[in-house]
Design a protein around this ligand. Structure first.
Ligand SMILES: [Mg+2]
Length: 370
């Protein structure tokens, strides 16, 4: 997309979990974005030292050109933090473009606002199978969710369980409690080598589970590939991967059945769209990772409603104040409202959400300008 712009000022509002970006152009038009969550204070430092100085006062004619310039200037830093910081600028640019065109981002991308099916995504492992079943059933009955994901194994756990017997028990207990008509997904967060993952998949199949996420260490794609080729249910993954060359390889070799880029880890919407396109060219679905109720989930709503190879649902974290207190009151209102198992893509210009004034006032402020 060709569009001329010149950034005058970049302001950030930061705590250790979240860093929000306000962009102002030379014509005083504005956009709001957000960097990737967690260690956001460190990411913000990178934003002010390795992102903002390259772009303030420079004329660009596309978001691609701007991002290409930053990544060339910082080519000795081809890592996650640069992209986490870049996500703040990229998402602010898309919001700005939506605002000047008076159009939601999804519409700029050729999609439509409207409802989107969500799956309730549990982030907890420190929960018993019985308690997990109870809260998922409650959410099913209250909000009409018809798909849920829960956790098995332990995170990067070298085959070990969170506690002995938990995985086997939760694979039996939760699907039975949820019953027919609800899709069941599990996530192993890089726990197993392929032999164990294939063994576990038999129990997943017996219990009507349709999605096996990150069965093996994500940095060992050959392990994952063996699982993908051996089992009938969807193997999914890719949330940590942010290098486009790695993505091309994962897609070319069909390492998983479904690809799950995280829009914030990727460096924003622009680069995530490139992954979606690579997957589309290979006829494969893209169902992004979105693990908290910050801007990442809003961006993912717009993205899923616009790409031709969108997977079946939006990942929607079910964790609240007890687990992720930092995400409370980030936005005005509740843009994550669920009705009959569906969210609604915000319909006002840009991302369609407003960071709350109260939250911004409590954060640490920094500015970079000409
Ligand atoms: Mg995951």
């Amino acid at each position: 997309m060709k569009i001329n712009f010149k950034i005058k000022k970049l302001e950030t509002f930061t705590n250790t979990y979240v860093s929000v970006v306000k962009l102002t152009m030379f014509d005083d038009s504005i956009g709001w974005g957000q960097m990737s969550t967690y260690c956001a204070d460190i990411t913000c430092e990178i934003f002010h030292r390795q992102i903002a100085p390259h772009v303030i006062g420079v004329s660009f004619s596309s978001f691609d050109d701007l991002e290409d310039l930053i990544l060339r200037k910082e080519h000795k830093f081809p890592g996650s933090y640069i992209l986490r910081a870049l996500a703040g600028l990229d998402t602010a640019l898309w919001d700005w473009l939506g605002k000047i065109k008076e159009s939601p981002v999804v519409t700029l991308l050729g999609g439509n606002i409207g409802k989107i099916r969500a799956y309730g995504s549990s982030m907890k492992r420190d929960i018993t199978p019985q308690e997990e079943a109870q809260r998922l059933c409650h959410l099913r009955d209250t909000f009409g969710f018809n798909a849920f994901k829960f956790r098995i194994g332990s995170e990067c756990g070298e085959g070990k369980d969170e506690w002995e017997g938990r995985t086997e028990e939760i694979i039996n207990v939760v699907p039975k409690a949820l019953g027919n008509g609800v899709e069941k997904l599990v996530d192993a967060n890089s726990c197993y080598l392929h032999e164990d993952a294939i063994e576990i998949s038999k129990k997943l199949i017996d219990n009507d589970i349709c999605h096996f996420e990150e069965p093996c260490p994500y940095w060992l794609p050959e392990e994952t590939k063996k699982v993908t080729d051996a089992i009938s249910i969807d193997v999914t993954g890719g949330e940590q991967d942010c290098d486009l060359r790695v993505w091309q390889d994962l897609i070319d070799r069909k390492i998983t059945d479904v690809f799950q880029p995280d829009i914030m880890y990727m460096g924003g919407l622009t680069r995530s769209l490139k992954v979606a396109k690579m997957a589309a060219d290979a006829n494969m679905p893209c169902t992004p990772h979105a693990a908290n109720l910050s801007l990442v989930t809003i961006c993912t709503m717009h993205f899923l409603k616009a790409i031709p190879n969108a997977g079946k649902y939006l990942e929607l974290s079910i964790e609240g104040e007890d687990y992720y207190p930092w995400q409370i009151d980030l936005f005005d209102g509740n843009p994550f409202m669920v009705l009959d198992g569906e969210c609604s893509v915000p319909d006002s210009p840009g991302w369609g959400v407003q960071f709350s004034k109260k939250w911004l006032e409590k954060s640490h402020y920094r500015v970079c300008e000409i």
